[in-house]
Design a protein around this ligand. Structure first.
Ligand code: PHE
Length: 342
């Protein structure tokens, strides 16, 4: 190749290159053009520059300089074209913003959990702590230590599920009274929530497993006044200002025993089908801890007295939220449960 031929080829490569650069319609096409012109291996300008060493020595310097400025010019044109193409080309969508989103669900606490937490809060405020006991319980803690005489008919009331000879599923949370009294010296003020089991058939107001909350206060000089005052205070905190009444009752482990009623929350005491026209709803069983219970737990019954209560939070939740059927608490129907999301 003569020097003249080199200059002509350089001129052609530049003119053609410029034309191809302006013709490139997309950034991708422009990349192809760049490779065809100044690609290291096959670019037309690169190939031409490989001819430089074969030119006559005297022309090489000038030929090199011209080739170089052609290359710089091409690079500038490529850059200018790239900027204008990028501005024209909308960004390729990697995300379809018109696609419907995935629905996310907010979880809710179960109404029985909500009421247990609320009841715990009220008793914590007045100095009670939480105590727990096993659901698979020894017969002795469930009955014997609680002053149920062997084969006493009161045990029938509980319709017990036995797991073995002396092991059963606890029928109430009262065994936690005995376990706590064995482990801690008075003064004691505890609240013991937990599940209990009875072989009751499953109907609108009975379930074979349900929860209870036990309460126990033991100290020197504790009387029925403490029981009445504390439980009335509790009822007023949970239901808002409401009337309460105590009726005599019987439990083997308390003497005297009393059931507490609150004014029917559905009809405000006027009488409705919910309270069977009485205007009252029973919410808990209670009484002064029987001295025999203190003794079986190893507590000095001459020195200490106490009171205890047991209530069903399921029942409290039904009253508090106006739930008509206990099954709703167990069926896990989201249409029911999501009403408690907050
Ligand atoms: N354990 C009793 C029941 O299940 C309730 C109760 C607890 C009564 C404590 C008096 C004192 O019915």
């Amino acid at each position: 190749m003569t020097t003249q031929e080199f200059f002509e080829a350089l001129q052609r490569a530049h003119v053609e290159g410029s034309a191809r650069i302006s013709a490139a319609a997309t950034p991708l096409e422009l990349t192809d053009v760049r490779n065809a012109l100044i690609g290291r291996k096959n670019g037309s300008l690169s190939q031409l520059m490989r001819e430089l060493p074969s030119l006559p020595e005297a022309d090489r310097r000038e030929a090199g300089a011209r080739a170089n400025s052609a290359r710089v010019a091409i690079e500038e044109e490529l850059e200018t074209r790239k900027v204008s193409l990028d501005a024209d080309t909308p960004p390729q969508p990697t995300l379809d913003l018109s696609m419907p989103g995935r629905q996310s669900w907010r979880g809710a606490k179960h109404p029985v959990t909500l009421i247990i937490e609320e009841i715990e809060g009220i008793f914590r405020d007045i100095g009670f702590t939480i105590a727990l006991g096993p659901e698979a319980e020894l017969e002795w803690y469930n009955f014997g230590a609680l002053n149920f005489p062997a084969d006493h008919p009161a045990m029938d009331m509980h319709d017990t599920l036995y797991l073995g000879k002396e092991v059963l599923l606890r029928t109430h949370t009262s065994p936690v009274q005995v376990r706590t009294l064995q482990s801690y010296p008075p003064p004691i003020r505890i609240l013991a929530p937990g599940n209990v089991y009875r072989r009751d058939f499953f109907d609108a107001s009975h379930a074979p497993m349900f929860s209870q909350i036990e309460g126990l206060a033991v100290d020197e000089g504790v009387s029925f006044v403490d029981l009445k005052a504390t439980l009335s205070y509790f009822a007023n905190r949970l239901f808002g200002k409401t009337k309460t009444r105590f009726r005599p009752s019987y439990f083997p482990f308390t003497e005297p025993s009393a059931e507490m009623d609150v004014e029917c929350q559905l009809c405000s005491g006027r009488g409705c089908s919910g309270c069977k026209g009485t205007g009252w709803m029973e919410i808990l069983g209670s009484g002064m801890v029987h001295p025999a219970v203190l003794q079986s737990a190893g507590v000095d019954a001459e020195r200490y007295t106490g009171w205890a209560f047991g209530m069903g939070p399921g029942r409290m939740a039904m009253l508090r939220y106006g739930i008509p059927n206990i099954r709703l608490l167990y069926d896990s129907d989201v249409r029911f449960l999501e009403q408690f999301a907050r």
